[in-house]
Every structure is written in structure tokens, then in C-alpha cells.
Write a protein that binds this ligand. Structure first.
Ligand code: PHE
Length: 341
């Protein structure tokens, strides 16, 4: 046993050291024994001077040894505390890659929105730009400017939600034709998707709110052939190469001539089935050549510029595209239905 080991301070120190459990309590113990002013060991060393001269060397050596042991014990303890802390930290920060992850349910686009974006994509690639217009319209843009004056029978076809004498919920996206041509000189190629409103009773194919996509192309030398070609290119990308488009003469006050367009039934490829009611064709849009009066009204010379326009019922297309037989499914937002898309 070394000379220091039987010093009473050594035992006291060891027992203090055993109760150390943190860096804080360790430095308390260090101070208790080694602080320059009141450390117990420091005091003992100061006392040395009072001993008889011949006892001093042995006592001094003993105390110095004790101090070295105390210091190295403190040092070891410090190292252990630090390495414990390190391993606790590593433990805390460890990522267990085998733990099951949190499941965050991912939302998806509403099928109508997805279809709309798909349709936009096709037209964008054909050089059309997307513009939008207000859902609350004036009587002027929704009707007057489109050659549907008050009292015109075409107003009755579109049972309108009026907000007051001059404001209404737009019944179609055609007002965006006027708004665009007022702002822009031809050549113009635009599409305009959005919500439209009519006072229809709800059933499998009617809703008071539905979606249309308007298209307008005005340039020099535009004719019905461009209209037909654009629609065929569009529907072939949407429904497949074998899709055909046919026109039936029809009337809209803002086009001349006007037409309704059918696509060959995508369910039976034209041979006739329940969906197309045996005709092989499904009606999907109204179209025509922009009426010269409309061009004049927005300051375009109809002798120089001609254009085509059409308005597609997006919801109609959705029924076909997703093979759903009831429009209400798209608006009720039952998650079990929507999740399938
Ligand atoms: N706006 C017409 C409707 O809602 C559709 C249409 C658009 C017809 C453009 C011709 C040209 O019924």
C-alpha cells in the first residue's frame, strides 16, 4: 500500500467520488479537495509549515502522492462520465431503420381536376394557352356580347342563376371568348376551363354546377377544317387512335355555322351499345365558326380574321373517360369513390 492510501482524506475522498453521477457533482468534489482557497488537501499542504522540520519531507511526500492520486482519480472519473454521455447521445440519436414508419395518407387530385389537367396538356401541346374568367359574370359577357339579347329564346335554354339585374353565375365559359378578344389582337389560341352554373335539377347526367372547357382560335384563314382537325387530334389523344368525330348542324347565336360534335362511342367503338343508346356516337360539345358580329364587336375585322370556338362538357368527358354512369359520384366526394382514381 502506498504511503498515501492510509491517509484519512483518501477514504473520505473515495466515498465522495462514489456518489458522483454528473459533471456538476464531479467538479464539486474536485473543489472540495483541491480548491486553491478552501480545498481540504490544499489546507493540509499549507499546514505542512507548522510541522517540525524533520517531519516535513515525509509528510510532504505523502500529501503530494495523495494529491496525485486524487487528481488521477478525478481525471478517470471525468473521462468515464464523458464517454457515458457520448454513448447516451449516440443511443438517443440512433435511428432504428427496422421500425414501422408513420403512414401519412396521401391525397390525390379529384378525378375531374385530373381530367381537366390532362385536357389542358393536350391543348397546350397544340399551341393553345390557358386563360380563366370570372364565375360571376355580367349579363353583357354571358349573353349580350354573344348575340343573345334579352328576350332571345336561347336564354331559356340556359336557366340562369341571377344575382341581380346585371350579375349572374355564368351559364357557360363562352364569355371568356369575349374577354380574351377584348384584350388581345389575333392570332389567338386559347382554352378556358372552369365551373358553370345552370338551374338544373340534379340527376345522373345533370348538376346545377358543372365544368366546361372553352376553346377559341382566331387567325387568318381559319376554317371548319381546322376545327375538325383540332377536335380529332384532341379526342384521339384522349380516347385513343381509333376515335372519330362527327358534326351535326346546330345553332348557337355566337357561331355561324354552328354544330354539335359527337365522338364515336368509346365503349362499343361505334357498333352501338347501351351507353350510346345504340347510335355508336356520344354528344360531347358545341362548336362553330366565330360569328362575324362577335369579331366586329371586339374590334377585329371579320374580312381578315376568322376563328373557330367550341365548348366541351368536361364532366361528360369524365363519365366516358372513367366509365362512370352517374355524375353525382363526382360531386358527392365520397372518399371511397374518389380513392379509386
Ligand atoms: N357555350 C355553348 C354551350 O354552353 C357551347 C359552345 C361553345 C358552342 C363555343 C359553340 C361555340 O352550350
Amino acid at each position: 500500500m502506498s504511503v498515501a492510501a492510509d491517509h484519512p482524506l483518501w477514504e473520505r475522498f473515495q466515498s465522495d467520488l462514489r456518489s458522483v453521477d454528473s459533471l456538476g457533482s464531479l467538479s464539486e468534489v474536485r473543489d472540495k479537495y483541491l480548491s486553491r482557497q478552501r480545498g481540504l488537501l490544499t489546507l493540509e499542504l499549507k499546514e505542512l509549515g507548522r510541522l517540525p522540520r524533520e517531519e516535513r519531507p515525509a509528510a510532504g511526500q505523502r500529501l503530494n502522492q495523495l494529491r496525485q492520486r486524487v487528481e488521477s482519480a478525478l481525471g478517470e472519473r471525468l473521462e468515464r462520465l464523458q464517454s457515458d454521455e457520448r454513448s447516451r447521445k449516440i443511443q438517443r440519436e440512433t435511428v432504428d431503420v427496422t421500425m414501422p414508419g408513420h403512414h401519412w395518407p396521401l391525397g390525390t387530385l379529384h378525378p375531374l381536376r385530373r381530367l381537366q389537367e390532362e385536357m389542358e396538356g393536350i391543348f397546350l401541346r397544340m399551341g393553345f394557352e390557358v386563360v380563366t374568367g370570372p364565375e360571376i359574370e355580367t349579363d353583357y359577357y354571358n349573353f349580350e356580347a354573344l348575340n343573345i339579347p334579352r328576350g332571345h329564346p336561347a336564354r331559356d335554354d340556359q336557366d340562369t342563376f341571377y344575382l341581380n339585374d346585371s350579375l349572374l353565375l355564368r351559364t357557360h365559359t363562352s364569355p371568356v371568348q369575349i374577354r380574351t378578344l377584348e384584350k388581345r389582337q389575333p392570332p389567338v389560341r386559347m382554352i378556358s376551363p372552369g365551373r358553370v352554373f345552370r338551374r338544373d335539377a340534379v340527376d345522373a347526367t345533370h348538376s346545377p354546377m358543372f365544368h366546361q372547357m372553352e376553346a377559341l382560335a382566331v387567325d387568318e384563314g381559319i376554317g371548319m377544317g381546322h376545327l375538325k382537325g383540332t377536335l380529332e387530334a384532341f379526342f384521339r389523344q384522349l380516347f385513343g387512335e381509333g376515335t372519330h368525330v362527327r358534326f351535326r348542324p346546330s345553332f348557337f347565336p355566337f357561331v355561324e355555322p354552328g354544330a354539335e360534335a359527337d365522338v364515336s362511342c368509346i365503349f362499343c367503338s361505334g357498333s352501338g351499345c347501351r351507353i350510346c343508346k345504340g347510335t355508336g356516337w356520344i354528344e360531347v360539345l358545341g362548336a362553330g365558326m366565330v360569328h362575324p358580329e362577335i369579331l366586329k364587336r371586339v374590334g377585329c375585322d371579320p374580312d381578315r380574321w376568322t376563328g373557330f370556338a367550341f365548348g366541351i362538357g368536361i364532366d361528360r368527358i369524365a363519365l366516358l373517360r372513367y366509365q362512370v354512369d352517374d355524375l353525382r359520384l363526382f360531386f358527392e366526394n365520397d372518399i371511397r369513390f374518389l380513392r379509386q382514381f
